[in-house]
Design a protein around this ligand. Structure first.
Ligand SMILES: Cc1cc2nc3c(=O)[nH]c(=O)nc-3n(C[C@H](O)[C@H](O)[C@H](O)COP(=O)(O)OP(=O)(O)OC[C@H]3O[C@@H](n4cnc5c(N)ncnc54)[C@H](O)[C@@H]3O)c2cc1C
Length: 408
C-alpha cells in the first residue's frame, strides 16, 4: 500500500463547546491538529447582554474547563453559580429540593451562556501551537483512505488528509452522515421556547423547574439577576407563545410558573428549538470518531447534553494520550473502541433516564400522577438516594476521565 502523507494527526469538525474542548485537551501534545468551525468568530464573541442560549454546567465540566486552561476566561466573562434546585409537579403535590450544603458542596453547578463557553475555549485554542483553527470554514466531503485515515474537502476548496477525523459537528453531523453511521431516535413533539426575563423576586441562586402537563418550564439564574427560561411545550403552543406580544408573554409565563418568583417584569427576545432524542448506532469507525451531539442528543430537562459531550471529549483525549504513550495508532479501530466502550453505556443510561422522566411527567392519568407524587415525596425524604442522584448529575460520581476528576 502507498503511504499517504498526512497533513494532520487529527481533524476536528465543529468548534462548538465539545469540539473546541477536545482541541484544548490535546493542544499541548506533539499532535498536529486542525479545528474546523463553520461560524465566524465574531458571531461567537459574547455580547454585553446575556445570550439566549445557556447551559447548566456541572462540576465535572467545570473541572474539564479548568484543566484545559479555559475556566478563568469564562469566569472573567460571566458565569452564574446555582446552589439549590427546586423541582415540582403542577399536577400534584410532588416536590423535590436539592441543596448543595446538604451534600457538603459549595454549589451544584453554574449557568453559563453557550457563547461564553465556546469563545473562551476558542481563545485558548488560539494560544496552542499544536492547533490550527480554520474559522469560518465548513466540511464538504470526507472519504476513507484505505483504512488509514480520511481525506476531507472543505468549502473553500482545500483538501487535507488526517489519521483521525473527529465529528463534533452537532446533531445534524455531516461527519456522521458521510461515514454512513445510522442515528436512531424520535421527535418529542415538543419545542423549547427560550428567553431571558426579569422577575419581581430574586432567583436566590436557585435553578427552578415546574413540570406542566405539556412539558417542563425551567428558570435558570443569570449573573445579571435575571433568569434564562426554557419552556418545553407542544409545538403549536410554542409557536403561539412566540407570536404573543411581550406583555401577554410575560403574563402567560407568570401564570405557568405559578408566580413562584412573583410577576415577570421584563422579557427579552424569544426563540424556539424542536426537541428530539437521537443516538448514533456506532460512535467509531476506523480513523473516525463521533463526540457530543453528533453521537447523542438528549432532552434538555435535566441540563445534561453538553455535560455528556464534554465527558466524551475528555475521555477521547485520555484514550488518545494512552495510545500515544503505548506506541499505538490513534486512529486504529481497537484504540477508538476503548472510547466507545467507556462512553456509550453512560450516555445511553442518561438518554433513557431523561426519556423516562419526560414520559412520566407528561402523563396525566390519575394512577401515574399518584405514583409520581409518591415517588417525588419518597425521593425527597430519602437523603442517601437524593444525594446519589444529585452527585451523579453534578458529575461527582461514575467512571470519570482524568480531566473531569477532582485534583488530589
Ligand atoms: C433548549 C436547550 C437547552 C439546553 N440546555 C442544556 C443545559 O442546560 N445543559 C446541558 O448540558 N446541555 C443543554 N442542552 C444541550 C446542549 O446545547 C448540546 O448538548 C450542546 O450544544 C452540544 O454541543 P456540541 O459541541 O456537541 O454541538 P453543537 O453545539 O451543535 O456545536 C456544533 C458546532 O459544529 C459546527 N459545525 C456544524 N457543521 C459543521 C461543518 N460541516 N463544518 C464545520 N463546522 C460545523 C457548528 O457551527 C457548531 O459550532 C440544551 C439544548 C437545548 C436545545
Amino acid at each position: 500500500m502507498n503511504s499517504i502523507k498526512m497533513d494532520y494527526d487529527l481533524i476536528i469538525v465543529g468548534g462548538g463547546m465539545v469540539g473546541s474542548a477536545l482541541a484544548c485537551a490535546l493542544g499541548e501534545t506533539d499532535l498536529r491538529i486542525a479545528l474546523l468551525e463553520g461560524k465566524p468568530l465574531e458571531h461567537i464573541c459574547p455580547d454585553p447582554k446575556p445570550d439566549l442560549r445557556v447551559s447548566a454546567i456541572n462540576r465535572a465540566s467545570q473541572r474539564i474547563f479548568a484543566a484545559v486552561g479555559a475556566w478563568d476566561s469564562m469566569a472573567a466573562w460571566r458565569v452564574s453559580p446555582f446552589r439549590d434546585m427546586q423541582v415540582w409537579d403542577a399536577m400534584g403535590s410532588g416536590h423535590i429540593h436539592f441543596d448543595s450544603a446538604a451534600i457538603g458542596e459549595p454549589l451544584l453547578g453554574w449557568i453559563i451562556e453557550n457563547r461564553v463557553i465556546q469563545y473562551a475555549l476558542l481563545e485558548r485554542v488560539q494560544q496552542l501551537p499544536a492547533v490550527d483553527l480554520f474559522c469560518p470554514v465548513a466540511l464538504d466531503t470526507a472519504e476513507p483512505l484505505d483504512g488509514k485515515g480520511w481525506r476531507v474537502r472543505l468549502n473553500d476548496g482545500c483538501e487535507y488528509a488526517t489519521r483521525l477525523l473527529v465529528g463534533a459537528d452537532g446533531a445534524q453531523s455531516k461527519v456522521r452522515q458521510l461515514a454512513g453511521i445510522d442515528a436512531r431516535g424520535w421527535s418529542y413533539d415538543q419545542k423549547a421556547v427560550v428567553s431571558n426575563v426579569r422577575t419581581a423576586e430574586s432567583h436566590q441562586e436557585t435553578a427552578w423547574q415546574r413540570f406542566l402537563p405539556a412539558g417542563p418550564l425551567a428558570f435558570l439564574p443569570l449573573h445579571d439577576g435575571g433568569c434564562s427560561i426554557v419552556w418545553s411545550t407542544l409545538p403549536e403552543q410554542a409557536d403561539a407563545l412566540l407570536a404573543l406580544d411581550d406583555s401577554a408573554f410575560a403574563q402567560a409565563l407568570t401564570e405557568a410558573f405559578d408566580r413562584r418568583l412573583g410577576a415577570i417584569t421584563d422579557v427579552g427576545p424569544r426563540e424556539a428549538f424542536p426537541l428530539r432524542l437521537q443516538h448514533a448506532h456506532d460512535y467509531v469507525k476506523p480513523g473516525l470518531v463521533l463526540i457530543g451531539d453528533a453521537a447523542h442528543v438528549v432532552h434538555p430537562l435535566a441540563g445534561q447534553g453538553v455535560n455528556l459531550g464534554l465527558l466524551d471529549a475528555a475521555t477521547l483525549a485520555e484514550v488518545i494520550l494512552n495510545a500515544l504513550a503505548a506506541g499505538q495508532e490513534i486512529g486504529a479501530f481497537k484504540t477508538l473502541r476503548r472510547y466507545e466502550r467507556w462512553r456509550k453505556g453512560d450516555n445511553l443510561l442518561m438518554l433513557g433516564v431523561m426519556d423516562g422522566f419526560k414520559r412520566l411527567f407528561s402523563n396525566s392519568l390519575p394512577p401515574v400522577r399518584l405514583l409520581r407524587t409518591l415517588g417525588l415525596h419518597l425521593t425527597d425524604a430519602a437523603s442517601p438516594l437524593k444525594n446519589l442522584i444529585a452527585r451523579r448529575a453534578m458529575g461527582l460520581e461514575g467512571d470519570l476521565p482524568r480531566l473531569a476528576r477532582a485534583m488530589p
